[in-house]
Each structure stands twice: as structure tokens, then as C-alpha cells.
Design a protein around this ligand. Structure first.
Ligand code: 4AD
Ligand code: MG
Length: 486
């Protein structure tokens, strides 16, 4: 075989962009030479041949590169072919005799783009724990599992936009910096300016001090809902999908200080319509993932949660269950077991209760609705009286949480209080300054309509779809109390 390393000196190898390995793996063997770039996962030497596994992040599967050690320059080159090194390989795509791959690339030239010192490169061939990988957030996407998470996130994200665009929704970019605490739970990160130790730059005004930058205290959004309501009441159906921040000091496997939330908001919609949309959305996302998730999904099914794909199939193809909060409380009493948090009407459901209800009682996705008003935020619509359950007017709200097995709460939403007087009373009772929320109340003064929406925690969705035990693996750069790497 004629081999050459002359290719190594060619200056323009990166123009145009090289084909992706996911595409190459689908191509038939061909005469024409291909150039492929990626990072070396493993190398195996056998006699006069070396087998390289090259991965470029486009798929779980790597491309096998066959290198004959007679290749010109091999003596020098082979020392640089270490795990983690970045390479560009030119070669011919030939049928592969190896199991599990149709083709492999017979190298005619290899160019090292970036060496990786094998003594210090932290990713070795063995399996690393997720805890260890969290200490190298900048390198962990090069592993099989975290690489697959990134592709699954991307797939779900595209499917979300597809779903809403098909349904006539408009995406609205709600602000990250806000002066209103939507959930009223006191979990907002406050922001201010940093005071330079060197004083203002010559010719520049000093920044407005600390919290006064906006003329009032501001923070990072805990939800884009209130602003989404503004656009729902002008554009009918909208959604916002972006980073959301909560300063809750909870070091759990389900909470992050920064996470992504998807929030649709619909005018002319009530609680039932809201739940219909949430169910249709989740079923669409799961079906899309099952169709397109391929080898990535299979990886999680094999190594992380056995039966994952069956679970997703099951959820995607069944009608979701519904229970009113009062019924849920009755079921928890009936369960006849001792929960860590004793069950009583009026309490917020804890993870242990949520998981019992969806994992054991109904064994599938479950909407719990009509929670007590005292445990839900001011914007939720007060329910009419319900004599059959002994409930007075306004004792419960038109809220819904969607609980799913393994996770608990995946979605939280409600019909919104559209009646000006009722909303004002509710806000005053919650201790909110009505003057600060004048804009929100205006939406009820001018052309108010029944409307509803919900928030879906994107990382919890990724957890549900992969079986990952800890939410910190479901986001590229996890932020939690005491931790914000990169
Ligand atoms: O139930 P939550 O707090 O609802 C809201 O914020 C509403 N304003 C949404 C709306 O109606 N537009 O949060 C919604 C979802 C939860 O069900 C959960 O999946 C996720 O956001 N979530 C978190 N995910 C990760 N880390 C946290 N700290 C989270 N807090 C909530
Ligand atoms: Mg909630």
C-alpha cells in the first residue's frame, strides 16, 4: 500500500468542514479518499497494524482507523497517537471485517492536530465514576455516557421547538434579569455590580453601585412565566425555554441552582387544556426520542437503567392518570405505610409521596391537581367550592403537577387567576407590593382572558429519559451549592 505523510504539511485541511463520523459510518465503501477529524479514544497494536478508535462527538460509535506501521513517518507518529490526541486522518473507506461496523478507514496519512500527554490525561480506558467525571467537567463530554447525554439533550431540545412550532406557538425570549420573584419562595439570586478596586476608568462614569443599578433590587429569574403571560395575552400561544435560577440550598439529586425550564403559556385555555398539552408534549418527546435516540438510548438502557426503553415506550403510549390532591391524600392514607413526612391534608407532597403515587399506585405518569391554595403561588386561579369534598370556595387552586416514575415532579403548572379583584386580594395576602406588579395587574385590567401554562424542568426530563441517578449529569455545567465548575 502506498502510504504518505505528505498530507501532514497541507495547510488547508480544515476547509471545507470534514464529514462527521456519524455520516461516514453510513457511507458505502469507496475509492475516493476521505478526511476525518476527531479525538483518539483507544489504540490497539497487533503485529504490523494499529487500530485506532476515532470519535468526533457526532455519534456514540467511533470510526475504526486501520494504520499500517509501514506508513512513512510512523516511528515518530506512533508516539503521538495517545488517548485524547486530536487527529485528522486521510484514508480510504473499506469494508470492515470487524463485528458491529460496516466500514473502517484505511489510513494513508495522519496529522496530529493536538497531542495529549498520556501520563497526565485524566480519561483512561477504564470506566470512570460520575463523581470523578464531575471533577473534570471540561473533559467529561468526551466520555461515552456524557457524550450521549449531550446528544440526547440536543435531540429533545429540537423536538421541543418542533412540537411548539407545529402547534402554532411563538417562542418568546423572556429576561434572565428580573425584578419580580414569580414563585415568591425567596429563592432568587440577587445581582449587583462589582466595584472595581482601581476606581472608574478614565473618561468613564463609575458603574451605579451594587443593587442600585436598575433603580430597584433585581435578580436572576426563577421562572419566565410572568413575562410569558404578557405575550400569551398578545400572541395567544407562546413558550419560553431558557436558563432558570434558584438559590435553594438543597443538595439533592433532583435540584440544580441553574437549570433549563420550558414554559408554554396559552390564552383561552383552562386547567384541562393545559394538561392535555403537557401530555401531548411529553408523549411526542418520548416517541421522537425512541425513534431517533438509537444507540445513545440503548447505552443508557444497557448500563444505567435496565428496561429504560420499555419504560419510555410504556409512558409514550398510555393515557396519563389524574388524581385530585384530596384523592391523592386519601390514597396515601390508604397505603397504610409510614412515610418520613406524615400525611395530612394541607401539606405539600414530598418526593416520597410523589414517588409512591406514580411508581406504585398508578405505575406511570400522573397528574395531581387542585392543591391547597396555601401551598401554591399567588398567580394560580382559585377554585370554586367543592361541597362533595368539603372544600370551600378558594380553598384549592387550579394547579397541576405531573409526576413521573423515578423522578417525581417533572412539570408544575396551573390555570392563572384572570380576575383582577381576586388576584389583588391574593397578592396582598401573600405580602406582595401591588404597585410593583402594576404591569401584571394591567393584564387583568385590559382584555383579561382565561389562560394557563406550565413549567417543565428540562434536566429532570433528561434524567427521566436516560435513567441518570443524579441531575448533575443531565446538564453540561452543573451549578449547585458549593459547586460551579468552569
Ligand atoms: O414547579 P415550578 O417551581 O413551577 C414554576 O416555576 C412555574 N412558574 C412554571 C409555570 O407555570 N410556567 O418549576 C417547574 C419545574 C418543576 O416541575 C421541576 O421539573 C423544575 O421546574 N425545577 C427544577 N429543576 C431542577 N432544579 C431545580 N432547583 C428545580 N426547581 C424546579
Ligand atoms: Mg412545582
Amino acid at each position: 500500500m502506498k502510504t504518505t505523510v505528505a498530507f501532514c504539511q497541507e495547510p488547508n485541511i480544515l476547509t471545507p468542514l470534514p464529514p462527521r463520523i456519524s455520516q461516514i459510518l453510513e457511507m458505502p465503501p469507496q475509492e475516493q479518499l476521505l478526511e476525518v477529524c476527531g479525538w483518539l479514544r483507544t489504540r490497539r497494536d497487533s503485529g504490523s497494524l494499529s487500530f485506532l478508535e476515532l470519535n468526533d462527538g457526532s455519534s456514540l460509535q467511533s470510526l475504526q482507523i486501520l494504520v499500517e506501521n509501514s506508513m512513512e513517518g510512523w516511528d515518530h507518529l506512533h508516539k503521538q497517537l495517545t488517548t485524547g490526541a486530536a487527529l485528522c486522518v486521510r484514508g480510504q473507506l473499506i469494508p470492515s471485517p470487524a463485528k458491529g461496523q460496516q466500514v473502517e478507514l484505511r489510513a494513508q496519512g495522519i496529522r496530529i492536530l493536538g497531542e495529549a500527554d498520556s501520563a497526565s490525561y485524566p480519561l483512561q480506558k477504564k470506566r470512570h465514576s460520575f463523581e470523578f467525571l464531575r471533577t473534570i467537567t471540561h473533559l467529561r463530554p468526551r466520555t461515552n455516557a456524557l457524550g450521549a447525554v449531550a446528544r440526547i439533550r440536543n435531540l429533545l431540545c429540537c423536538a421541543i421547538h418542533h412540537f411548539f412550532q407545529e402547534q402554532g406557538f411563538i417562542q418568546v425570549h423572556t429576561p434572565v434579569i428580573t425584578t419580580s420573584d414569580c414563585e415568591g419562595a425567596g429563592e432568587m439570586f440577587t445581582i449587583g455590580t462589582q466595584q472595581s478596586t482601581h476606581g472608574p476608568q478614565p473618561g468613564h462614569e463609575p458603574p451605579r453601585a451594587g443593587k442600585d443599578f436598575f433603580g430597584q433590587p433585581a435578580g436572576l429569574t426563577v421562572s419566565g412565566q410572568l413575562q410569558a403571560e404578557v405575550y400569551a395575552l398578545s400572541h395567544g400561544r407562546v413558550y419560553t425555554f431558557g436558563p432558570t435560577f434558584r438559590a435553594e440550598n438543597s443538595n439533592t439529586t433532583r435540584h440544580l441552582a441553574e437549570f433549563w425550564m420550558l414554559e408554554p403559556e396559552m390564552a383561552f385555555c383552562d386547567l384541562a387544556g393545559n394538561m392535555q398539552l403537557a401530555e401531548a408534549l411529553l408523549r411526542f418527546l418520548l416517541n421522537t426520542l425512541l425513534q431517533k435516540g438509537g444507540t445513545d438510548l440503548a447505552l443508557f438502557d444497557r448500563h444505567i437503567e435496565q428496561g429504560l426503553m420499555d419504560k419510555l415506550h410504556h409512558c409514550a403510549n398510555q393515557s396519563f392518570h389524574h388524581l385530585r390532591y384530596s384523592e391523592a391524600i386519601a390514597e396515601l392514607h390508604k397505603a397504610g405505610r409510614t412515610f418520613d413526612h406524615p400525611v395530612r391534608w394541607g401539606m405539600d407532597l414530598q418526593a416520597e409521596h410523589e414517588r409512591f403515587l406514580c411508581e406504585e399506585l398508578v405505575q406511570g405518569p400522573l397528574f395531581v391537581t387542585n392543591y391547597p391554595a396555601t401551598i401554591k403561588p399567588f398567580y394560580m386561579r382559585l377554585d370554586d367550592m367543592r361541597p362533595d369534598e368539603g372544600l370551600a370556595e378558594g380553598e384549592t387552586v387550579a394547579a397541576m403537577d405531573l409526576l413521573v416514575p423515578g423522578i417525581g415532579e417533572l412539570i408544575g403548572g396551573s390555570q392563572r387567576e384572570e380576575r383582577l379583584g381576586v388576584l389583588q386580594a391574593r397578592m396582598s395576602a401573600a405580602g406582595l407590593d401591588l404597585a410593583e406588579y402594576g404591569w401584571y395587574l394591567d393584564l387583568r385590567r385590559y382584555g383579561s382572558v382565561p389562560h394557563a401554562g406550565f413549567g417543565l424542568g428540562f434536566e429532570r426530563l433528561v434524567q427521566f429519559c436516560t435513567g441518570l441517578a443524579n441531575i448533575r449529569e443531565a446538564i453540561p455545567f452543573p451549578r449547585s451549592p458549593g459547586q460551579a465548575p468552569c
